[in-house]
Design a binder for this molecule. Structure first.
Ligand SMILES: [Zn+2]
Length: 199
């Protein structure tokens, strides 16, 4: 998908690259990042939506329709959901991002072009295969890829904790002799286990 998204941008902009959000230009592709509209983490839901509503959603995150070529600043704002693109191509930026000096230049460019993406007129057309309005609106409801990862990590962490609790309970119940040998430590453990049970 990366190559197709770059080629689309290059063709549209007369043999140079322009950020798909703030329109900063460069002839060096390395100045840009290929961003996913819908993160890989939501691939399953994306495929379901694609099946249910023929053509309104990409059938996989690797589809060109799911990609944007962004400058590094816009990528940071976009990934963090500090910058959102509506189904009609309008750009909104969070108050926090508006205050961030490192985003200032990009935001000024966005402002200059009246807070709309350069591919506004290609939304829901087949010409350049830009994100569809349905995908853009869906993205706005999704947690950031970062917080999704964070949630998953928390989930794993919680599982580990509950496994530890099980182990602790088992060893406590199963080793009354060990408790006598090392009374102080086990007493502490017992207190902690009891507290957990009360909750
Ligand atoms: Zn940009």
């Amino acid at each position: 998908m990366r190559d197709r998204v770059k080629a689309r941008n290059f063709d549209m902009n007369g043999n140079r690259y322009k950020c798909d959000i703030c329109r900063i230009e460069s002839t060096n592709a390395k100045d840009f990042i290929n961003a996913y509209l819908i993160a890989d983490a939501f691939a399953k839901q994306l495929r379901e939506k694609s099946r249910e509503s023929g053509g309104k959603f990409a059938d996989s995150p690797g589809n060109t329709t799911n990609g944007l070529l962004l400058c590094r600043t816009c990528d940071v704002m976009f990934e963090g959901h500090d910058l959102e693109v509506s189904g009609k191509g309008g750009i909104t930026i969070s108050k926090e991002a508006m205050k961030n000096p490192s985003f200032k230049d990009a935001i000024n460019r966005i402002k200059k072009y009246k807070y709309v993406v350069p591919w506004k007129d290609h939304i829901d057309t087949d010409v350049f295969q830009f994100p569809t309005s349905a995908m853009l609106e869906w993205r706005k409801t999704l947690p950031t890829a970062l917080s999704k990862r964070a949630l998953e990590e928390m989930g794993e962490y919680q599982d580990e904790v509950s496994d530890d609790e099980k182990v602790e309970e088992l060893s406590f119940r199963g080793e009354p002799k060990a408790e006598k040998e090392n009374g102080e430590m086990k007493t502490k453990k017992k207190a902690r286990t009891d507290n957990k049970r009360k909750r």
